[in-house]
Design a protein around this ligand. Structure first.
Ligand code: SF4
Length: 368
């Protein structure tokens, strides 16, 4: 027997929990119900629900023959009601497919609704005396710390590694006690916050504890990466040094604010500009791509590719835009009925119009 399981079992014999309601009169049905109730729910919350449930549905057949309303009424307050519905559905399946006898193999058990690999392992180890590992949330936390495993345990590759470790640590004997013991360790000592490492039976070989880095494990779920959207903004400057702005629709980002005309791509921008101008830019000026800038919203990044065009002939304002003096913009533009609101990246781009071109230009002039 490995040192981990030896130390754990010795501690369990002395200090583990031996009087939980599902630890007496052990049957697959009783262990199954307890395991389902204990998912995402603490032992002390589960106990009264478990006792009431067992009083009302003492056997698997009682559960299968009950109405769903009756089952859910006994689940009321426990939360995650899919657990109750699946329990009921699985009981009916067992009646139909297994003649009311709780299945005895991993494949048959894990095929039932609401039973994953860890729950199946717990039922097999505790009630059917078969050697299977478990890896519920508590065990993931214990093993992540014990091995000081970097990475979020919900990640597939980390989870696979944890399963291998969980299996390797499960002893060849006393696996029912071991299963209960590792669950107890996670629930009572290796708790999510303020673990009691000084009392822990495996502290001497725990890597997180020995490196004083317990708080770093398990690593938190990585924050979801924000999607990146892209747009091309056309910065059009006329011969008087005015820039073209248009008002954005009320709906959507920057609703009602004033901004540069936008396009999906530089090519689309060029094509649209040729259509919009009285004298197409091909005949009169250069088009310059500046370095892209990123603006971050709460739920996505917007990468803005600025395209700068300086007209060399006077033109009427194209699109639905207005020509605006840069000076007015710098001093708070009020050149239309309503004071202008200008998004921050647009203000930034306007401020770059007159700076040294070498710091803004990304690719060189492309003649149209
Ligand atoms: S020493 Fe601390 S961190 Fe390591 S397994 Fe024990 S309780 Fe968990």
């Amino acid at each position: 027997m490995n040192l981990f399981s030896q130390s754990l079992l010795a501690w369990f014999d002395q200090s583990g929990r031996h009087d939980l309601p599902w630890q007496s009169h052990i049957t697959p049905y009783r262990v199954w119900v307890s395991e389902i109730m204990l998912q995402q729910t603490q032992v002390k919350t589960v106990i009264p629900y478990y006792l009431a449930f067992m009083a009302r549905f003492p056997t698997l057949a009682d559960l299968a023959h009950a109405s769903q309303e009756a089952v859910l009424a006994h689940w009321s307050g426990l939360g995650y009601y899919a657990r109750g519905r699946n329990l009921h559905k699985a009981a009916q399946l067992i009646m139909q497919q297994h003649n009311g006898e709780f299945p005895q193999t991993f494949a048959d058990i894990v095929a039932l609704p609401g039973i994953g690999r860890s729950t199946a392992g717990a039922i097999l180890a505790i009630a059917l005396k078969q050697r299977y590992a478990i890896l519920d949330g508590n065990v993931k936390r214990v093993l992540s710390r014990y091995y000081a495993l970097p990475g979020w345990p919900g990640e597939k590759v980390i989870e696979t590694d944890l399963w291998l470790k969980a299996d390797a640590l499960t002893p060849q004997a006393r696996f029912a006690d071991y299963t209960q013991a590792i669950m107890d360790l996670g629930a009572t000592l290796c708790t999510r916050t303020r673990p009691k490492c000084a009392q822990c039976p495996v502290a001497s070989t725990c890597q997180a504890w020995s490196t004083q880095s317990v708080a770093q494990f398990p690593q938190a779920k990585p924050k979801k990466l924000k999607p990146i959207k892209q747009t091309v903004m056309l910065i059009l400057e006329n011969v008087h040094g005015q820039v073209l702005l248009e008002q954005r629709p009320q709906q959507g980002i920057w609703g009602g604010l004033w901004s540069f005309p936008e396009h999906e791509s530089v090519a689309a921008c060029k094509a649209s500009l040729n259509m919009a101008l009285q004298t197409p830019p091909a005949e009169q000026q250069s088009l310059i791509e500046w370095h892209a800038i990123r603006h971050t919203f709460s739920h996505y990044h917007l990468d803005i590719q600025p395209v700068y065009v300086r007209l060399v002939e006077q033109q009427a304002a194209p699109y639905n835009g207005v020509w605006v003096n840069q000076h007015d913009l710098q001093n708070g533009f009020t050149g239309c009925d309503n004071p202008l609101g200008i998004p921050a990246p647009v203000t930034k781009l306007i401020s770059l119009i007159n700076v040294d071109a070498s710091s803004t230009i990304k690719t060189n002039t492309s003649k149209e």
